[in-house]
Ligand binder design. Structure first.
Ligand SMILES: C[S@@+](CC[C@H](N)C(=O)[O-])C[C@H]1O[C@@H](n2cnc3c(N)ncnc32)[C@H](O)[C@@H]1O
Length: 339
């Protein structure tokens, strides 16, 4: 395309402002479960509508819109079949993408609509909108909580093999997964060898969602399940503490408090690893700065630059060893307990 064919700057901004439509169209397909209702052979809209409980004429409009995004193929205006993209949205598709698509639930849409207000206020407005903080909300809405953990796990499962390769496991014996969630990262770590033992640490409420394979599978007898609050105390010692997609939920004062509690329990020389997206200036992707704003909106947290990590570890009394890329959406920020 020659340069005079490229969209004008104004057209590009206008297109971006409409991208909320894109996200809503994909979300509606996920919420309705359309990918499970469409077959490999042409499926009539009336039949899809019956299966998902939708009004047929309106569903036909949504199906046409999805085809414009290469999600489903239109055989006739009244019948559709799968495309490569729509197949990934099936509930039995490898990778469990559907769970990631369903993660944000209604709260995600509400908080993103308040971005300008949050930037004015310089803080999360989650409690102003929902009367409680994020984890309080999840406790009150078990369906949203289940979606959140399932979505986190399907994202994690795609990254775990590379994360495990990047972690410095050679000289570790006990690895603690801090805010371990469903625990599939810890399971993947423990599968690296029988010399490794694990500690899954999370809140009492989260114990209910732990992966069965970690609880009672072959590595289960090498894993301790400790519940608590890392703002109060970290009641065990490990050689390696991993915070995956957890420390970015907090601004620096809270993150420092957690890291100091880890350091108070840890053996000298123990390593602390934060696995979160790495902010760069100027930004290298849309994903990281938008995730940074997502953390602001959800919890008042943030993503960090390499310098931010150096500062955070220094103020927490830890020695910063540097950043390790992982070939996933996450980088490892590595620190050591002095001594
Ligand atoms: C965003 S999830 C990340 C879960 C998991 N690390 C992953 O990557 O899938 C954050 C985790 O921190 C846990 N958490 C939140 N507050 C906590 C606290 N005060 N003490 C311990 N764990 C906490 C949550 O229950 C949740 O499992």
């Amino acid at each position: 395309m020659s340069s005079n064919m490229e969209p004008s700057p104004a057209a590009r901004v206008r297109r971006l402002s409409n991208s909320v439509h894109d996200a809503a169209i994909v979300r509606a397909a996920a919420e309705l479960g359309l990918a499970d209702a469409v077959g490999e052979e042409p499926t009539p809209v009336a039949e899809i509508a019956k299966q998902v409980g939708a009004e047929p004429k309106t569903l036909a409009r949504l199906m046409r819109a999805l085809v414009a995004y290469d999600i489903f193929e239109q055989v006739t205006p009244d019948s559709y079949r799968h495309s490569d993209m729509s197949r990934t949205m099936r509930s039995d598709a490898p990778g469990g993408l559907i769970h990631t698509l369903l993660t944000p639930a209604d709260w995600g849409w509400v908080i993103w609509s308040k971005l300008a207000d949050a930037v004015r206020a310089g803080k999360t407005l989650f409690p102003d909108n929902f009367g409680t903080d994020f984890f309080g909300y999840l406790k009150e809405h078990p369906e949203a909580q289940a979606r959140m953990f399932r979505g986190m796990t399907s994202w994690s499962d795609a990254m775990n093999p590379k994360l495990v390769q990047a972690l410095p496991l050679e000289d570790a014996r006990t690895v603690a997964d801090m805010g371990g969630g469903e625990g599939t990262l810890l399971r993947a770590i423990l599968e690296q060898g029988p010399h490794l033992s694990g500690v899954w640490f999370d809140t009492e409420a989260t114990l209910a969602v732990v992966d069965d394979e970690l609880l009672s599978g072959p590595v289960g007898d090498r894993c301790a399940f400790v519940t608590g609050d890392y703002f109060n105390e970290v009641p065990f010692a490990a050689d390696l503490y991993v915070f995956k997609l957890t420390l970015h939920m907090y601004e620096d004062d809270d993150a420092e408090r957690i890291l100091r509690n880890v350091a108070a329990s840890a053996r000298p020389g123990a390593r602390i690893i934060i696995a979160d997206p790495l902010l760069q200036d100027p930004p290298q992707s849309k994903f990281v700065p938008s995730m940074d704003l997502h953390m602001l909106l959800v919890m008042g947290g943030k993503e960090r630059t390499e310098q931010d990590y150096a500062d955070l570890f220094e103020r927490s009394g830890l020695k910063f060893d540097g950043i390790t890329p992982t070939g996933t959406d996450l980088h490892l920020a590595v620190a050591r307990v002095p001594g």
